[in-house]
Write a protein that binds this ligand. Structure first.
Ligand SMILES: Cc1cc2nc3c(=O)[nH]c(=O)nc-3n(C[C@H](O)[C@H](O)[C@H](O)COP(=O)(O)OP(=O)(O)OC[C@H]3O[C@@H](n4cnc5c(N)ncnc54)[C@H](O)[C@@H]3O)c2cc1C
Length: 404
């Protein structure tokens, strides 16, 4: 089948769905092609589904018009068509890649079965299918090993512990969420997980997955110690999904390279979200994906002045699912350089921690754990990058919520 749909968007995740909906609102309907079986959903909330707090329907995104469920398998740039796994093909005037990321599968011995699948009990944590597979397998008392102590691994470990599993988290770096948090904030996350019964091993490298009859039985650490495991979660980061772009000969470094109009090296093809690399950055976060979708919708609907110039995005994590929700937010540089001003408020009893880093009268980063009342005001000060007012002590930054 061939049709002349003008804008074709590949990928029905956060970015693709937002773009298709915005274009619909602006009178420029798009055809959205997505390869997941489920109606589009908000990936950021998967841990809530795993924890049993939300049913899958609750995290559904508002459905876009014109969604086709199939996988795009190739792009013919000369003919301006895309081919799909179900045998259909479509002509496009403008093509948008919103293909997201793939989970990084670590180089562990025994990670794949002879027919190149993950052994039974070993799960990535990227899709609703991954999440439903894990939720179906976890039982109270099940022994779960989470490999990776970044945002994904911490969310997965907490969700599994809330479901009653005995969880061990193996983190290669020296602390949890080392990319976002300073050591003090990281310690609070560690304490939170430990209080839930999670056993956390830092500076701990897993080297082997041991299986019997195709099902995982244990993981072996680099020092030879073996952890029994009924379930293993791979939370070792993500990599932009760039296969289609590479096959089509588009410029790709880490992600698909795009300019301020979110155009790839082919002016008829754009890229947004986790698969795109803008200004040297692959964000891998929800807020930039949505901002890119909004900017591209405006451009494609005829606003020739619309541009995407980057996102100063803060990372927020809310770990709910039990009686004690645990919130954190981090942005920019959370560790000070010599000469920076640092303001820090810590309350060990309540498990709260707030810190900002100021350089040359500008806020350059901060981290808030457990007490997020000032996050709106801080985010605005950071995003605006304006000099801070010099009429009060810096402590105001952490205690004045600015009406947010
Ligand atoms: C468990 C989890 C928790 C997260 N928590 C946070 C958080 O707290 N804060 C935050 O900012 N970010 C978080 N993220 C990251 C956030 O989800 C992503 O940044 C965001 O989803 C990116 O949106 P996207 O549309 O670019 O990609 P995706 O949402 O991954 O969507 C891409 C879609 O394209 C489809 N696709 C790919 N190739 C094809 C093809 N050839 N044909 C058809 N369809 C295709 C994919 O199947 C997928 O459905 C989290 C991610 C996970 C997995």
């Amino acid at each position: 089948m061939t049709s002349n749909t003008r804008v074709v968007v590949i990928g029905a995740g956060l970015a693709g769905v937002r773009l298709a909906r915005r274009l619909g609102d602006l009178g420029t309907p798009a055809l959205l092609v997505g390869d997941e079986e489920h109606p589009p959903y908000n990936r950021v909330l998967l841990a809530e589904v795993l924890a049993g707090r939300y049913a899958p329907e609750v995290i559904a995104l508002p459905p876009p018009a014109g969604l086709l469920r199939t996988r795009v398998t190739g792009i013919d740039r000369a003919a301006r068509t895309v081919a799909c796994a179900d045998g259909t093909s479509f002509a496009y005037g403008t093509l948008v890649l919103a293909t997201g990321s793939n989970p990084v599968l670590p180089p562990l011995r025994g990670l794949f079965t002879p027919d190149h699948r993950l052994p039974e009990g070993v799960h990535a944590f990227r899709t609703l299918d991954d999440c439903l597979g894990l939720a179906g397998a976890v039982r109270p008392g099940a022994r779960a090993v989470v490999i990776g102590g970044g945002l994904l691994g911490v969310s997965a470990a907490r969700a599994l512990a809330v479901r009653g599993a005995q969880v061990v988290l193996a983190q290669q770096a020296e602390r949890l969420m080392e990319r976002q948090l300073d050591p003090d904030a990281s310690r609070l996350v560690l304490r939170h997980l430990t209080d839930l019964g999670v056993e956390v091993h830092t500076e701990c490298r897993v080297r082997d997955v041991r299986c019997i009859a195709g099902a995982v039985r244990s993981v072996e650490l680099a020092d030879g110690y073996a952890l029994d495991a009924d379930l293993v979660v791979l939370a070792c980061g993500v990599r932009p999904r760039t296969g289609l772009a590479e096959q089509a000969g588009l410029a790709v470094h880490q992600g698909v390279l795009v300019d301020d109009e979110l155009r790839t090296s082919d002016p008829h093809i754009h890229a947004i979200g986790d698969c795109a690399q803008h200004g040297g950055t692959v964000y891998g976060l929800a807020a930039p994906a949505l901002e890119q979708a909004d900017a591209l919708a405006a451009l494609l609907a005829g606003d020739t002045g619309a541009r995407y110039t980057g996102t100063r995005s803060l990372t927020r994590l809310t770990l709910t699912g039990s009686d004690s929700p645990f919130d954190l937010a981090a942005f920019g540089e959370t560790e000070a350089r010599p000469g920076d001003d640092v303001v820090r408020l810590a309350d060990a009893t309540r498990g709260t921690y707030r810190k900002v880093v100021v350089r040359d009268d500008r806020l350059v980063g901060g981290v808030l754990v457990g007490e997020l009342g000032t996050v709106g005001a801080l985010a605005r000060a950071w995003e605006g990058a304006e000099p801070l007012p010099d009429d009060g002590p810096l402590l105001h930054l952490l205690t004045n919520d600015g009406g947010s």
